[in-house]
Design a protein around this ligand. Structure first.
Ligand code: URA
Length: 186
């Protein structure tokens, strides 16, 4: 997959992005975390969750007692989508067409890693894995199932915690969703 991803032309996002950002982690991880799309930092570094959202995610995992190095981390869409505002590159949420175009890669990761549990972070990952009508906020921290019957726990995206006006409360709720995921993993 790593060898094939850079050649993906499934949608147009490859044209403006610096590079494709593949998933990372042990190929036999028991837990897989799925985010949205690489951001500015990830696009430059070529690694998932190395920017501000990644720092909050790292803190939440640590607080829940989950080692980042033991989970497989990936995104529903593997190229950065942005708009230019002067010199700045402003993140844009991937469209339904990007999510659909990238979904075969995510399905392949699921087939290769075969995680016992998937943590679905935010609306884009939920759209890819649980369908367009699924609402993360209504089911966060609960056990749900993907189309293939694999157990999953939806939660918010770490970027929403980064931006929160009520950081403490929202960070704690985010950590609690990971605690719930850990309990389900047994
Ligand atoms: N947000 C994501 O969803 N994924 C990343 O890799 C970074 C930020």
């Amino acid at each position: 997959m790593r060898a094939e991803l850079p050649d993906c032309r499934g949608c147009e996002l490859w044209e403006d992005a610096e590079q494709v950002v593949p998933g990372e982690g042990p190929v036999r991880a028991r837990m897989m975390l799925v985010g949205e799309t690489p951001g500015d930092y990830e696009d430059k570094a070529g690694h998932v969750f190395v920017g501000p959202a990644g720092r909050v995610l790292d803190k939440a995992l640590a607080e829940a007692g989950i080692e980042r190095s033991k989970v497989y981390l990936t995104n529903a869409v593997k190229h950065f989508r942005f708009e230019r505002e002067g010199k700045r590159r402003i993140h844009k949420t991937p469209a339904a067409s990007h999510i659909l175009a990238c979904s075969p890669w995510l399905r392949r990761e699921l087939e290769i890693v075969k995680p016992d549990l998937v943590v679905v972070m935010g609306a884009v990952a939920a759209r890819s894995l649980l369908g367009a009508s699924f609402r993360v906020t209504q089911h966060r921290g609960e056990r749900v199932e993907l189309a293939d019957g694999r157990p999953a726990v939806p939660t918010v995206h770490p970027s929403s915690v980064v931006r929160s006006q009520e950081f403490r409360r929202d960070f704690e709720a985010f950590v609690n969703d990971f605690r719930a995921a850990l309990r389900l993993l047994g």
